[in-house]
Write a protein that binds this ligand. Structure first.
Ligand code: ADP
Ligand code: MG
Length: 700
């Protein structure tokens, strides 16, 4: 039987070729199925209309009713905006538009009664709604469904007549057309055991619930389904990989490892470091290719682990590479590894990045191809087609989720059999996120910091408290320590008044004058050589203070640095703040992290600062971050498309995830060859993965 949901959207009543084009270009909607899974982002409870005088904070989406009393055009350039004064008799708010200003002004009418839906924020001591949903209030309009779905719509689409309301009508129309032809994609057993509603019921009530209970049932079912297929895919992929990809077997631990371990190790390894090395070693010895995630909080000592496992590769006559997301980080690894190995080491290490000189590049490539060079550290430059290894046995990727899936696969494809892969991340990933993102990876965790560490003291100062901050800084410099000062932006943003880096640099130069103090500066606009030069000056202790943007966020290791001052700290994400803090506290002395903000903090800004002051624990920070921001915002996950969950929210749905994972696991264990699966949708899904797995670059 043909699946009705695969019908092209053009054939839905009320669509036609022109609107189909808009749906395709603006939302990627091509079929009925695509439209049906374009879910509302909110529902307005039409029974509740707030009085403006009742608005107390900036936390929730609400609905108000009133009239526009006047328009203003404010600001210029990117900050140019249309402001409408809006009153309901109890008080006033501002409605603000940065885009489609002209069109908004033409279509909105003074004196008409509007329903406005949005999230109020405080700006200049007044509540305002930015880009709110607007609708002419119509008292007589019958309203049988109190929960009114709201869909995200683009400006372009609205101009072509497809706004939230129109989308809602189309979706309703589609349900009429396909009624009872929406196929189930879970087995009867799973449905019954988990008391899940049917797919048809769930989809309809996700769009048009009549009450909260219906909505919950629908949502639960859709979450379960989404997580089930997510896990099924990850686990199946892993199963195929284990069956089909032979790994290099690193059988021995030999001279290179032993020699370094017994003679060159600058400190004793922590128990956690020893444990993860054993786990990695066991994987690499085995018959299959390793795919392991190494998680360790900032400063937990992942670099030495990386070096030690690369030495095992050398002992088995294989080459290794470390790939880092930025030049600064690659240089850092190169520098650290060279230093650890020592000047008279027989093991050669080279650095290959975009800014490596052509002659040097050629030489490195030759040595990689001949097998003479055993360890190479680099950036994306390592992925270029003419970088050919004689026998690459191990690839270490630092800060994984800045690299796309395709890039990871590229390193595999270039080498047969593919190298073992170790992915290192300092971003502590909560268990649920790790499972959904990397369900096909094994995970090792360094859950212990080196013993000599004192916990970093984190304090929050308002920016009118400069003298205190300077006192602390001068004190530390007096003791011979060094300081980072980090700014969020390099240029003043046009809309928000941010002290920018240069201004900050000038102010610091006045407060910490030459010749007593030396200040350096790095930012993203500098050439790599310039950055390297400044970083090296700081590393060598030639500068006391390093003023920078977030280029120093990851990987920089200067154990003598004891203070991290973060300006406009509220502008950074929680994980980013934690990463920055991790640049200090790398030696045995007491270190400090100073968060500087002004008084105007949003609710989320306050939560982030409070979390930082409260705990040093990366995992706790990661969990708080997940709660405050939601998973879609975790750095890098959105861009890399790894986390395309639409309904499930892994910060809240851990239980459902675990349940769904169990079912997926059972299914694959009982039926690895996909012979007995009765549900046709599951069967198709798994077969598709099988077909794609012939080309590994197509799956994660
Ligand atoms: P990260 O996990 O953040 O990459 P690094 O590998 O840069 O951490 O290590 C942080 C600092 O701790 C480095 O200066 C490193 O030399 C030091 N270090 C690592 N392991 C130990 C240990 N077991 N004992 C003492 N210091 C250590
Ligand atoms: Mg590191």
């Amino acid at each position: 039987m043909k699946n009705l949901l695969h019908t092209s959207i053009e054939y839905l009543k009320g669509v036609g070729p022109a609107r189909a084009e808009v749906l395709k270009s603006e939302y990627g909607i091509r079929t009925f199925e695509d439209l049906i899974s374009y879910y509302p982002y909110k529902y307005i409870d039409k029974t509740k209309i707030y009085k403006i005088s009742e608005i107390v904070d900036d936390s929730a989406y609400i609905q108000i009713k009133g009239k526009i009393t006047g328009f203003d055009m404010v600001g210029h350039g990117r900050a140019k905006r249309l402001v409408a004064n809006f009153s309901d008799g109890t008080s006033e708010v501002e409605l603000v538009w940065f885009n489609s200003i002209k069109w908004m002004q033409e279509s909105l009418k003074l004196g008409l009664e509007y329903l406005v839906f949005g999230k109020p924020t405080i700006f200049n001591r007044k509540f305002s709604f930015t880009h709110p949903e607007m609708e002419i209030y119509n008292q007589r309009e019958a309203n049988p469904i109190p929960f009114h779905p709201l869909y995200n719509t683009s400006e372009k689409s609205k101009k072509r007549g497809i706004d939230s309301k129109a989308l809602s009508k189309l979706i309703y129309q589609m349900f009429l057309q396909v009624q009872s032809h929406i196929p189930e994609n879970l087995s009867q057993e799973i449905l019954e055991k988990n008391r899940l509603v049917s797919r048809e019921y769930a989809l309809f009530n996700k769009h048009f619930p009549k009450n909260v209970d219906e909505y919950r049932k629908a949502n639960y079912r859709l979450k379960f389904e989404e997580l089930f297929f997510n896990q099924l895919k990850l686990l199946k992929t892993r199963q195929i990989r284990i069956q089909n990809i032979k790994g290099h077997s690193f059988e021995k631990v030999g001279e290179a490892f032993q020699n370094f371990y017994h003679n060159n190790l600058p400190f004793e390894l922590t128990d956690a470091q020893k444990r993860v090395i054993k786990e990695i070693r066991a994987d690499m010895r085995g018959p299959t290719q390793m795919n392991r995630l190494l998680q360790g909080d900032v400063g937990s000592g992942k670099t030495i682990v990386a070096l030690l496992v690369m030495l095992i590769a050398i002992d088995n006559d294989f080459q290794s590479c470390i790939m880092a997301p930025t030049e600064v980080l690659a240089q850092q690894h190169f520098y650290t590894i060279s230093k650890l190995l020592g000047d008279d080491s027989e093991i050669k290490v080279e650095l290959l990045t975009g800014s490596t000189k052509a002659a040097q590049k050629r030489k490195i490539k030759e040595q990689l191809q001949s097998g003479e060079l055993k360890i190479v550290v680099g950036t994306h430059a390592l992925l270029e087609d003419d970088v050919i290894f004689e026998n690459l046995g191990l690839t270490i990727i630092d800060e994984q989720h800045r690299f796309g899936v395709a890039q990871r696969a590229k390193l595999w494809m270039k080498n047969t059999p593919p190298p073992h892969v170790l992915v290192m991340t300092a971003t502590p990933i909560p268990r649920t996120l790790a499972m959904t993102l990397f369900g096909d990876l094994s995970v090792s965790v360094i859950d212990e910091l080196p013993k000599n560490r004192k916990p970093i003291k984190t304090v929050h100062f308002f920016d009118n408290n400069r003298l205190k901050i300077q006192g602390l800084m001068k004190n530390e410099i007096e003791k011979g320590r060094q300081i980072y000062v980090v700014f969020p932006l390099i240029e003043e943003s046009q809309t928000i008044d941010l002290k920018h880096l240069e201004e900050g640099f000038d102010a610091l130069s006045r407060d910490f004058p030459l010749p007593k103090y030396a200040i350096g500066q790095v930012h993203g606009r500098m050439k790599p050589e310039e950055k390297e030069y400044e970083m090296n000056r700081f590393k060598k202790g030639e500068t006391d203070i390093l003023v920078s943007t977030t280029v120093i966020e990851v990987g920089v290791d200067v154990p003598n640095a004891s203070v991290m001052v973060i300006e406009d700290a509220q502008r950074f994400g929680l994980l980013q703040l934690h990463q920055l803090r991790g640049r200090v506290g790398r030696g045995a002395e007491q270190s400090y992290c100073v968060l500087v903000t002004n008084y105007e903090l949003s609710k989320e800004g306050k939560e982030r600062i409070a979390a930082m002051v409260k705990t040093n624990d990366g995992f706790e920070i990661a969990n708080l971050d997940l709660k405050i921001r939601g998973p879609g915002d975790i750095e890098g996950t959105r861009q890399s498309g790894l986390l395309d969950l639409k309904v499930a929210d892994i910060s809240k749905d851990e239980q459902i995830l675990l349940l769904a994972r169990n079912y997926a696991q059972d299914l694959l264990e009982q039926d690895p060859e996909i012979e007995k699966v009765e549900n046709i949708r599951i069967k198709e899904f798994l077969n598709e993965i099988l077909v794609k797995s012939k080309d590994w670059s197509l799956i994660s």
